[in-house]
Design a protein around this ligand. Structure first.
Ligand code: NAI
Length: 331
């Protein structure tokens, strides 16, 4: 079927075109994000394909419906950028890619932990400058440390498995206890207990009204002094002002982020010459114990292959009519 693909980067196009050899959709690629200004591009398309930072609020959904769009294929797992009740009321159908590679994201979380702990980013630039001093590079053994995993679904479980291999003690918080995590000796505790006992806290739950700013001043106050905080889930889980205060006082000893609350204005674009970093983001980049990547945790070859195949299969199901395996609804 004919599909307008928004927020297309060269790598999206490459993987989608390769996977499309098995489906034969007519994919029309647009580089910009879906926004008020780019809305006219959807004319003539019954289906569109979007990514994490395309905003699908109520007014955008109404405009899409008016333009004749019937189906929105999200080529990502999270759907916090969509007003689902409005989509339901308008009769717009939505699909997503619920699982593509929990390994990609969990392994990136481990990469952030190890980079921060062993200060790989400093060490690399020092050695390039001919400075072989070890002062300031002291790390700690991961073995024996307590890791708190918030959200023990597919990614949280994969992370638990990797860290079990390091010999870490695992604490978990989730509404549902995961049997595989329990086999790895994970102990389920309350959120408050996890904050108080963890040497490293890693966030892996979705962004919902309940989890929005779950890391705020109060939760930072409950953490161990010098804790490491990792967020590869969604930026809105963290109140940025609260963690900046925590970093300033030394309460937070290390922070690794792959996501940022205001990332839609920054991430996935080259802003080298624009100097348009917002003040809080700019402040975060000044801390020597903060490492930020630009929403790249998902970005592995295997993940892009799975994302492309599942997205195109979701579109084929919509075209045929009937049940949508990966349908997203407000309920
Ligand atoms: P999942 O649905 O398998 O697991 C999420 C878990 O969080 C579930 O077990 C759920 O019960 C739990 N949860 C929900 N509310 C909670 C709460 N209030 N407190 C504690 N736990 C709660 O999802 P999956 O695949 O593990 O992905 C997790 C998140 O990772 C996604 O929601 C998405 O935001 C993020 N993600 C980030 C990517 C990146 O590139 N940085 C790529 C893919 C996903």
């Amino acid at each position: 079927m004919k599909v307008a693909v928004f927020s297309t980067k060269p790598y999206d196009r490459e993987f989608l075109e390769r996977a499309n050899q098995a489906f034969g959709h007519e994919l029309v690629f647009f580089e910009p994000r879906l926004a008020k200004e780019t809305l006219p591009l959807v004319q003539g398309f019954k289906a569109i394909c979007v990514f994490v930072n395309d905003q699908l609020d109520a007014s955008m959904l109404i405009a899409l419906k008016k333009a004749g769009v019937e189906h929105i294929a999200l080529r990502c797992a999270g759907f916090n950028n969509v007003d689902l009740p409005s989509a339901g009321e308008l009769g717009l159908s939505l699909t997503r890619v619920p699982a593509y590679s929990p390994y990609a994201v969990a392994e990136h979380a481990v990469a952030l932990m190890l980079s921060l702990n062993r200060k790989i980013y400093w060490a690399h630039s020092r050695v390039r400058d001919g400075n072989f001093s070890l002062d300031g590079l002291l790390g700690f053994d991961m073995h024996g440390k307590t890791i708190g995993i918030v959200g023990t679904g597919k990614i949280g479980q994969t992370l638990a498995s990797a860290l079990h291999g390091f010999g870490c003690k695992l604490l978990g918080v989730d509404r549902y206890e995961n049997d595989r995590c329990k086999e790895l000796s994970m102990q389920y505790v309350t959120f408050e207990e996890l904050l108080a006992q963890s040497d490293i806290i890693s966030l892996h739950c979705p962004l919902t009204p309940e989890t929005h700013h779950m890391i705020d001043n109060e939760s930072v106050a409950r953490m161990k002094r010098g804790v490491m905080l990792i967020n590869t889930s969604r930026g809105g889980l963290i109140d940025t002002k609260a963690v900046i205060d925590g970093l300033k006082t030394g309460k937070i000893g290390y922070m690794g982020l792959d996501v940022y609350e205001e990332e839609e204005e920054l991430f996935f674009e080259d802003k080298t010459f624009e100097m348009r970093l917002d003040d809080e983001f700019a402040r975060l980049t000044t801390f020597p114990n903060v490492v930020i990547t630009g929403h790249q945790a998902y970005f592995t070859r295997e993940a892009l292959e799975r994302i492309s195949e599942t997205t195109l299969s979701n579109l084929a199901e919509f075209e045929k009519g009937g049940e949508l395996t990966n349908r997203v609804t407000a309920s």
